[in-house]
Write a protein that binds this ligand. Structure first.
Ligand code: ATP
Ligand code: MG
Length: 169
């Protein structure tokens, strides 16, 4: 009789623990959505010309970004002006627009937790001379103008920049 009672008690305790766990756990899908973010990356004309597209895609995948979408294209001067409109009036604007329209580019939508910040960390400083060892701009950039890659600078900018190249994503 005592054995049966202790068995019933154990089973009840187990059931109670399972129900508590089920009620208190956070749904997995919400946790993922909270931090999952998208950003726009561009492999710039200098890096495409130097055949570093594959190397840069390797760095992207080795850093656990998912490539949501990707294609190769070429910007007209007008499109480059629109894309970098925030820099209009600055001394380097003309040089930047000429450079971005000088050859093919590869545009990518990257997804990861905190993707905007994470991608900028992987890119490195705007000026390759100041970029930390192992970053893309340190590895493949050659000057502040020819710095191999672009990345959105905020989540709001990322939304606009993704829509600029990927109206259906
Ligand atoms: P990007 O927007 O391309 O990811 P970034 O956010 O690191 O680069 P920005 O300040 O947005 O840097 O400048 C846009 C681009 O303009 C730079 O990537 C660089 O190629 C060019 N640029 C910025 N400052 C200078 C400068 N002083 N001289 C020449 N080119 C510059
Ligand atoms: Mg920028």
């Amino acid at each position: 009789m005592r054995r049966i009672l202790s068995l019933v008690l154990s089973v009840s305790a187990l059931l109670l623990m399972s129900i508590t766990w089920l009620l208190l756990r956070k749904p997995v899908s919400t946790e993922r959505k909270d931090h999952m973010e998208r950003t726009l990356a561009i492999i710039k004309p200098d890096a495409v010309m130097a055949k570093n597209t594959g190397n840069i895609v390797n760095v992207i995948e080795n850093n656990d970004f998912s490539i949501v979408a990707m294609y190769k294209t070429r910007l007209t001067r007008e499109k480059a002006e629109n894309f970098y409109a925030v820099h209009k009036g600055k001394g380097f604007f003309n040089e930047l627009v000429n450079f971005m329209a000088s050859g093919p580019i590869v545009v990518l939508v990257l997804e990861k937790e905190d993707a905007v910040k994470a991608w900028r960390n992987v890119m490195g400083d705007t000026n390759p001379a100041n970029a930390a060892p192992g970053t893309i701009r340190n590895l493949y950039g050659t000057s502040i103008g020819s710095n191999a890659v672009h990345g959105s600078d905020a989540t709001t900018t990322a939304t606009d920049e993704i829509a600029f190249f990927f109206p259906n994503v």
